[in-house]
Design a protein. Structure first.
Length: 455
């Protein structure tokens, strides 16, 4: 690819796609970034939105704003539905775009392992909408428990089940424990939020399987201090509107609950299947595209696949994890490949530099691992805070999040606790209710919402 009037099309404005586009800003090529959304989302902090610690705008930045200074880069808000590798065209729902080189970085979505009917009862956490739906369900559960007189039904509202003990599940459980025991303290009159039951289910024999056993044990101990009950070796067999059923060995348990959160698995975006059909690319069981050491599709050196959609191996033959640092480095690598091809030079295979992984547990603890280095507790938490602020794309976002976290830390408050969306409890009547406290007053009329069939 020695022609310097090349058109590079990037599908996906996540970490891989965005970092590829930014790295191509100084190259003598035309770049088009296509995404269904007009913003880049910092997904590692979605759980903070789900638990009311941050607002969506704190962890998202408009793509056009991020790339506004790159005169060679165009942003299109569009949905890609197909590819034509022979004609070198990207097929949009409402048009098409030609390319000389294509970068596919469309990521992954939730994987319910053949039980897609669970999606309605157990939302995952990959988009802003997912986080807002989780937030709605979490805070509505406390509100419903405050209104419920039946002890069994109230217990179901105050039992939260998180499926999956990876980083997302651990971070959700820790934030929820902190929310119940600290943030909501003294805010209700009929219930004590600290009496909630938070259950974290993990199918493996320990939390955070990619981490060392010592850090897994440390993470579990930190969660238990926040009131989280951890059940490893637990396989979920059914989720309904009022319960979750799981098996541990020969024992089967069914627990009444109104709130189940999914953090157990991911599957590749549908563009993985499109690539398989159009190019003959191989897919793994999760639908990820098996790529060459140069991150291209076999026999298609002009099509790169990066980020969570790519099944790529490290130098030891192990699959690279689906985390942001991998996608960032792959995005920069693709830009380097294109630059060197323009200069007629050969590019070495992609090599991932592992800077480590980390997961946070509440306000004071985290676990971090980088090679042989293992850190836990408060020091790991401080590392996690500064690293996440550093990698936020927008400068304004960095300032807002830094201020918000500092405020939350000292006040133990989560200010973004808005309940939005539809209310699931139908209005059925009105009854007189007197306000709390001594003294007589005129009866107040308040809405009564049906709890028939709950629990």
């Amino acid at each position: 690819m020695k022609d310097k009037n090349q058109h590079i099309v990037i599908i996906g404005g996540g970490f891989g796609g965005l970092y590829a586009a930014k790295a191509m800003g100084s190259l003598p090529v035309k770049v088009t970034l296509i995404d269904k959304r007009n913003f880049h989302l910092f997904q590692p902090l979605l759980y903070q939105v789900a638990t009311g610690g941050l607002s969506p705008a704190d962890i998202a930045s408009p793509l056009r704003s991020i790339l506004s200074k790159q005169k060679n880069t165009r942003v299109l808000k569009a949905e890609v539905i197909d590819l034509d590798p022979v004609a070198k065209k990207v097929i949009l729902r409402d048009g098409e775009v030609s390319y000389d080189a294509l970068v596919v970085a469309t990521g992954v979505s939730h994987h319910y392992f053949g039980n897609e009917q669970w999606a309605e009862q157990a939302p995952g956490l990959k988009t802003v909408e997912d986080a807002l739906e989780m937030r709605r369900r979490l805070f509505l559960a406390f509100e419903a428990a405050e209104r419920e007189d039946d002890p069994e039904r109230r217990a179901a509202w105050m039992r939260f089940v998180i499926v999956g003990g990876g980083p997302t599940g651990v971070e959700l459980a820790g934030a929820l424990g902190e929310l119940a025991h600290e943030t909501l303290k003294n805010e209700f009159r009929q219930i004590n939020p600290a009496e909630v039951e938070i259950l974290l289910l993990e199918g493996a024999d320990r939390l955070l399987p990619p981490y060392s056993p010592a850090l897994s044990a440390q993470a579990q101990a930190s969660l238990e201090k926040l009131g989280v009950t951890v059940r490893t070796g637990a396989l979920v067999t059914d989720i309904t509107a009022g319960s979750v059923t799981f098996r541990r060995g020969e024992q089967v348990a069914q627990l009444p609950t109104r709130t189940v959160l999914w953090a157990a698995g991911m599957k590749a975006s549908l563009l993985g299947q499109v690539l398989a059909q159009r190019t003959g690319a191989e897919l793994d069981r999760a639908g990820r595209v098996l790529v060459t050491p140069g991150l291209t599709v076999a026999n298609h050196p002009d099509i790169f696949v990066i980020g969570d959609l790519a099944y790529s191996l490290d130098e030891a033959g192990r699959p690279l994890p689906g985390i942001a640092p991998v996608a960032m480095q792959q995005g920069r690598y693709v830009a380097e490949v294109i630059q060197r091809q323009l200069e007629g030079e050969r590019v070495p295979d992609f090599s991932y530099f592992d800077k480590g992984t980390m997961a946070v547990i509440g306000r004071h603890a985290a676990v971090a691992q980088a090679g042989r280095l293992q850190v836990s507790g408060y020091l790991a938490w401080l590392m996690w805070v500064f690293i996440h602020i550093w990698y936020l794309v927008g400068f304004d976002n960095k300032l807002v999040v830094m201020f918000q976290w500092a405020w939350n830390y000292f006040t133990k408050n989560r200010g973004a606790r808005l309940i939005t969306g539809s209310d699931p409890f139908p209005l059925v009547g009105r009854v007189p209710v007197s306000p709390p406290g001594e003294g007589e007053s005129e009866p107040q009329l308040v809405a009564v919402r049906s709890t028939a069939g709950i629990g």
